[in-house]
Each structure stands twice: as structure tokens, then as C-alpha cells.
Design a protein around this ligand. Structure first.
Ligand code: ZN
Ligand code: ZN
Length: 384
């Protein structure tokens, strides 16, 4: 018997999930077959789905849970209203639970939606029995207790949920003369889709995909998942660099949440956007590549060609460690007392820029060499 099975059922959450899913699999197909559902219902349903999803990813997650940027109160209210419409609990409870997830990721006893307890548990099971509502450790979110938008939304959460989930679909349905079409599409279908898109981040994004940055937890990067999780599919990167306002760091990676935040910054609604320096990202990638190459070599049967590759890999690792040590020494030197007086000049000098560029170039070159090395190993029939 698992820990969650011993706990009583969380009836409010279970009933909410069952009663919203049932009409989607029963009434909606029948109604769609026998009645005409207006295009307006589909368009408004999609827009509400997007606003709910992005209020969770850009607001609940990156703004409040991780403090990846600061937002204007107008933007916060938008997130608070449309985030409540997604019915995933108040910002305060959501952010507190999510911070515990990051702190104890994969720990079967402390991670609230640990992927090590199986797909069903991490997707939805954790809410049915082991939902932490009512005993959330608010000591994790002292900063949020001082946020007016957060505390008002927490105190009146139920009213926010009812007004948005009933008021908006019914009001829009009456306006467009398609009440039941709107209730079913913009009400039920939108909410169920919004739920599962977010739940996939806790389940699939911890099970399916690649690990280009870290193997210390189960989080994965998955381009396909990013498509319908508003960019949260780059979860391996996110677990290593959780305070970056981006999850997909390449310009072409599908992360509409980062584009929304950047657009809000351009409009003056967001500021202090945090980004992990390229150097640190490059270092994480390279460390991971060395790790994978070493694992592959350790798993293979040694023969002369592989032994040569192994010694080449060791020498690359040596160089890489030296470059990192050099960089770290430069950083500490910069911060030392002797250099302290020169800090202003140093911050703006060309010397610092040139050194950083030189080290980043050297790391990129090493990364290329490791990639070539891995290709050689693949050619030697080594599964990398
Ligand atoms: Zn996670
Ligand atoms: Zn997170």
C-alpha cells in the first residue's frame, strides 16, 4: 500500500475533476453530433484556454513560484483572474507546493507530485488523495504573503473560480446566441484541456524526452510537449535553472510564455527579467556530454580504438576542468579586496568582455570536440 492510498480521498478535488470530465466524454459528443456549435464558441474557447494556460505558466509558475521577473499590478490581476479560471488552486497554495517540488524533486516522501511514484500519481493521483490543500507549508512563500494580489485572490479564490467559470462562458454564450455551445466548449472542454495540459508537466515532462543539462533528476526536455504546455516542455533546463524567465532558451524553441513575458517587458508591464548567463548554460551542456561519453565508455568492452578515445576524452575533460577553474579564479579575483577598488573600471572594461568571450569560445570548441568524439564512438558501435 502506498502512502497516498492510506490517505482519505480528497472529495472536493475528486468531484471537481470527475464532474468536469464527464460532460466532455458524454454530453459534448452527443450535442456536437445533433446540434451546430458556433465558430465563436470554438474561437472564444481557444482564447480562454490560452489565457488560462499562460496565466499559470507566466503568472503562477515563472512570476510567483520562481520570481523570474517582476510584473506591473495590471498584469498580476490578469494572471490572478485567468489563473483562477484554470481551477488549480490559489496562487499561494500552487506556488508553495511547486517550490516544495523543486526542493525535493523525485523524493517519494516529500515531492508532492514525485514522478518516481508513477505516471498516474504525478499526473492526477496526487490531487485525489494526497492533495496538500489546508496544510500547505506557507513558510515557503513569505514573499508572496506580502503580495496584495496574491492574498486577495487566496482569500476570495472560490468567488474568482465561480465568476470566471460560470460567468464568462454563460455571458459570452448569451452574447453570441449559442449558450450550450459556449458552456460545453468554453466551459467544460476548455477547463478539462487546460487541466491535463498542466498535469502533463508533472507527469510526461518527468518521463519522456532528453536530458541535455542534468541527470540529477527525472525532468526532461521535450519539444512536442512544449507545443501544448505553452513552452514548459523544456523541463530539464527548467529544473537546473529554475529562476530563468525562459524555459526554451533557443530563439526557435516553442516557448510562447517567454515571448509573452518579453512582450510585456517591451510594453512596460514586466521588468527585471532574469536570464542564466550563456557561459553557465554552456558549462552544464558540456559537463553532461562528458558524463554521457564516460558512461558509454565505461559500458563498452575496451579494445585499442576505444582505449585511444578514452584517453582523448580524459584529456578533453582535463582541459575543460582547467578552463572552468580559470574562470572561477578570475571571478574570485575580481571580487577579492585587492580588485575591489578596480571593480567599476573592470565592469566596464574591454578586458573583461574579451576574457569572457575567449573562455566561451574555448568552451564551444571543447563542446565541438566532445561531439566529434561521441560520433567516433558511435562509429565504433558504442551506444552513446
Ligand atoms: Zn518538475
Ligand atoms: Zn518550476
Amino acid at each position: 500500500m502506498t502512502r497516498s492510498e492510506r490517505l482519505p480521498i480528497n472529495w472536493p478535488a475528486a468531484l471537481m475533476l470527475i464532474l468536469t470530465s464527464l460532460p466532455v466524454v458524454t454530453v459534448l459528443p452527443w450535442y456536437g453530433w445533433t446540434h451546430h456549435i458556433s465558430a465563436a464558441a470554438w474561437i472564444c474557447g481557444s482564447l480562454l484556454l490560452m489565457s488560462n494556460g499562460m496565466s499559470i505558466t507566466a503568472g503562477y509558475h515563472r512570476l510567483w513560484a520562481h520570481r523570474a521577473y517582476s510584473a506591473h499590478p495590471a498584469l498580476k490581476w490578469g494572471y490572478a483572474i485567468f489563473g483562477a479560471m484554470a481551477v488549480q488552486n490559489s496562487i499561494l497554495v500552487w506556488a508553495a507546493t511547486h517550490r516544495v517540488h523543486h526542493r525535493h524533486v523525485d523524493d517519494v516522501d516529500h515531492d508532492p507530485y514525485s514522478a518516481r511514484r508513477g505516471f498516474w500519481f504525478s499526473h492526477v493521483g496526487w490531487m485525489l488523495r494526497d492533495y496538500p490543500s489546508g496544510r500547505v507549508d506557507l513558510s515557503r512563500v513569505p514573499d508572496l504573503l506580502e503580495d496584495r494580489v496574491v492574498s486577495i485572490q487566496h482569500r476570495h479564490y472560490l468567488w474568482f473560480v465561480l465568476a470566471t467559470n460560470f460567468g464568462l462562458p454563460i455571458g459570452l454564450g448569451l452574447l453570441f446566441h449559442d449558450l450550450w455551445g459556449f458552456v460545453l466548449i468554453a466551459g467544460f472542454l476548455r477547463l478539462v484541456a487546460s487541466h491535463h495540459f498542466t498535469f502533463f508537466i508533472n507527469s510526461l515532462a518527468h518521463a519522456w524526452g532528453r536530458q541535455p543539462f542534468t541527470s540529477t533528476n527525472t525532468a526532461r526536455d521535450n519539444d512536442f510537449l512544449a507545443l501544448f504546455t505553452w513552452g514548459e516542455g523544456y523541463h530539464n533546463y527548467h529544473h537546473l535553472f529554475q529562476w530563468d524567465y525562459r524555459n526554451g532558451i533557443r530563439w526557435w524553441q516553442w516557448d510562447p510564455t517567454k515571448w509573452l513575458i518579453a512582450s510585456c517587458a517591451w510594453l512596460g508591464l514586466a521588468k527585471d527579467l532574469k536570464r542564466v548567463p550563456d557561459f553557465k548554460i554552456q558549462r552544464a551542456r558540456l559537463t553532461r556530454q562528458f558524463e554521457r561519453a564516460r558512461e558509454a565508455l565505461a559500458a563498452s568492452r575496451p579494445h585499442s580504438r576505444l582505449l585511444a578515445l578514452q584517453s582523448q576524452l580524459e584529456s578533453e575533460w582535463q582541459q575543460f576542468s582547467e578552463t572552468i577553474a580559470h574562470w572561477t579564479a578570475l571571478q574570485s579575483e575580481k571580487l577579492s579586496d585587492a580588485k575591489h577598488q578596480m571593480q567599476d573600471r573592470w565592469e566596464h572594461s574591454e578586458l573583461r568582455g574579451r576574457l569572457q568571450l575567449q573562455i566561451e569560445r574555448s568552451l564551444r570548441a571543447q563542446r565541438r570536440r566532445v561531439q566529434n568524439l561521441r560520433r567516433s564512438m558511435i562509429a565504433e558501435c558504442v551506444p552513446v
